[in-house]
Design a protein around this ligand. Sequence first.
Ligand code: GLU
Length: 331
Amino acid sequence: MYKTISFLSIAIFYILSTPSTIVCGQNKIIDKKVMLHLVNKHKLAFTQGKVADYIPELGKANPKAVAFSITNENGETWSVGDNKQKFTIQSISKLIALMLAVEENGEEKVFTQMGYYGTHHPFNYFANLDHNGRPLNPMMNAGAIYTTSLIAGDADEPYQKILARIRYITNNPKIDINPTIYESEKATGYRNRGMFYLMKNYGMIEKEEEVLNNYFRQCSIEIDVEDLSKIAYFIANQGTRYDGDKTHYNKELMQLIQAQMLTAGMYEFSGEYARTIALPSKSGVGGGIIATVPNKIGIAVYNPSLDEHGNSLVGYLILKDFVQEYSLGIF
Ligand code: GLU
């Protein structure tokens, strides 16, 4: 009896004192306490940024909400902060649209009328088009609108395919559109509409404006930071889902997507970002950023207060410290 009690107390002591850890390649151990520390260290930096309000409904986000999640090499997701907070995926959806457009048309066709360029202009700059009227890349709005136009299907079918793929990757059938944000984007998306008609003028897009609505819909898909870290894991691991499912395994395609993330995923800040963080990443004006550690882990951060480039400021600071702490950069 006495022996049983002392064995139990040793076991309980052991469980309580074991640090929360995640194995992360090269025998590095990521401590969940470090994740929490970084959230606390940077959460007040939201005061130096600004919540996007050019889409009026986005302006209602809570600027204090901060969340940080990683999906580790074993496919386990670890999160700290406001990890159940929902927000819209925005530009991060461009990765999924690119995935589908290339699967359906092949890389060559998708990039015949679009470049692999970076840019020094903001994401919604009118002339993110080259001298022939071709979009610079699929990460800025012009190229993303074009990319979505290449996904086959009438009415909202291309959007439904994007939604289905996001639900598959996250294994979360509850993910859906935020209809209020969609209406707000559609009602105020004059610049995007302008780019759409400019490309239509160049003969690049044959379909009518419903194609643009699909772009607005994909941006209005609502997720949380854990969903995002699973998307990052999927891309990092060549299309292997966090639970090991390989239905959409495609090494070539995920290499292309990560190359684009590195070149243009953080808009005109991408070059400096590649120097300071050195991970393929993609941000959205909803406040999310995803980063891939190729063949290893997926990372996601969230805070809706943005810097002048449209990237989450708190998210960037957390990522920068985290990547340095564990030497995760690819160079
Ligand atoms: N829906 C946003 C827009 O088209 C997405 C921009 C972004 O996240 O960068 O302006």
